[in-house]
Write a protein that binds this ligand. Sequence first.
Ligand SMILES: Cc1cc2nc3c(=O)[nH]c(=O)nc-3n(C[C@H](O)[C@H](O)[C@H](O)COP(=O)(O)O)c2cc1C
Length: 190
Amino acid sequence: MARNFCCEILPEIMKRWSMRALSPEPLPHYDITAICEAARYAPSCFNEQPWRFMAATSPTDIERLRSFLAPKNRRWADVAPVLLLILAKKTFARNGKPNRWSSFDTGTAWGYLTLEAWRRGIVAHGMGGFDAEKARSELKIPDDHDIIAMAALGYPGDPAKLAEEFRESEKPGERRPLPDTLLSPDHFMR
Ligand SMILES: Cc1cc2nc3c(=O)[nH]c(=O)nc-3n(C[C@H](O)[C@H](O)[C@H](O)COP(=O)(O)O)c2cc1C
């Protein structure tokens, strides 16, 4: 596998990757707002915009969100100047019915967010390794909100300061070839 691209695409898509070496340098409030603004423009089913981002930027809020992270994630993400908890509202505001596309739409918004962050020289690194139930109970997150992921945001840091266990994988992730993703409609019928 390789990170080779067969055609020209948006440079942010081509270049973005999830660094773990982050700098503790605070992020300008304007950039944090702009990154979330990019997510705001993502398409969603019935334009419901089911995504919600709980952003921790103050020491107290960061400490609170940090406490949900899996120990392995804390070993690199503890320095991040911004942590996000990403939620998806599971029901349509328009009629209260289940919105089965809420995770799909929230993932789209997350993708937009990562690209705008990258454009601004900021890394947005998603994390599934955290205690969602602890987050739900401590933050009193209602049942009609799925807890999707967390994310660490920060400027790229010094890879030499990363814990040894992360050094080898500190590079852009590889991708499987496009034909493995782009399936013909009879793929599963064969
Ligand atoms: C939903 C989600 C959960 C992830 N969970 C973790 C995690 O818990 N810890 C971690 O270090 N990286 C995590 N990642 C980062 C992925 O490992 C990374 O995006 C993937 O390997 C592709 O690499 P790239 O983003 O550098 O292209 C997560 C990413 C996503 C989108």
